[in-house]
Design a binder for this molecule. Structure first.
Ligand code: HEC
Length: 145
């Protein structure tokens, strides 16, 4: 006799649950849409340039750690880093007019110029060079990142 009442209550509970679940789903979808729209408005170039420079530096460090320190191991990476460092101005148009930024960019290019003029011929020298390069990266990051 009493059976219909709990059934109705149960179905009401399911309805609330369904609406709550639907609300959650719509919320998640809206959040993802907003996040993607914001991401699409950002220029991927600056972070991409930095990511590639970072990978090239990591590869140099890995080679050195594995005792691969010939010119064939270091020079191509140094050349890539040197070429990429020409685009620092292009990647950070808002910062390029800062003298401090120019100084950091120039210092990194100078390190790479010196390295390419006399590339490291052993792992000790390569290790020191990598340290110098990373110091150049950190100097700019401390001021501008
Ligand atoms: C002249 C300045 C300058 C130099 C030199 C520089 N960077 Fe950066 N780097 C920046 C700035 C500015 C940012 C912050 C970018 C942003 O968040 O939009 C950054 C961010 C990064 C990031 C984070 C990127 C991301 O995905 O958010 C990495 C990794 C990085 N740099 C690696 C390097 C490495 C490795 C070097 C050296 C070989 C280097 N950077 C040299 C200015 C510099």
């Amino acid at each position: 006799m009493n059976a219909p009442v709990p059934a109705r209550r149960a179905s009401a509970a399911y309805r609330y649950l369904f609406v709550a679940g639907l609300g959650l789903l719509v919320g998640v979808i809206a959040t993802v849409m907003v996040a993607r729209a914001l991401q699409a408005r950002q220029d991927p170039f600056p972070t991409s340039l930095m990511q590639v420079m970072s990978r090239q530096t990591d590869l140099l460090r890995d080679a050195q750690a594995q005792n691969r320190c010939s010119l064939a191991d270091s020079v191509p990476r140094l050349q890539t880093l040197r070429s990429l460092s020409n685009d620092l101005d292009l990647a950070f148009p808002a910062l390029k007019d800062s003298a401090q930024f120019q100084q950091h960019a120039s210092a990194l290019r100078a390190t790479l110029n010196t390295a390419l003029a006399a590339p490291p011929t052993d792992c000790l020298a390569m290790g020191q060079l990598i340290e110098t390069i990373q110091t150049g990266c950190k100097a700019c990051h401390q001021d501008f990142r």
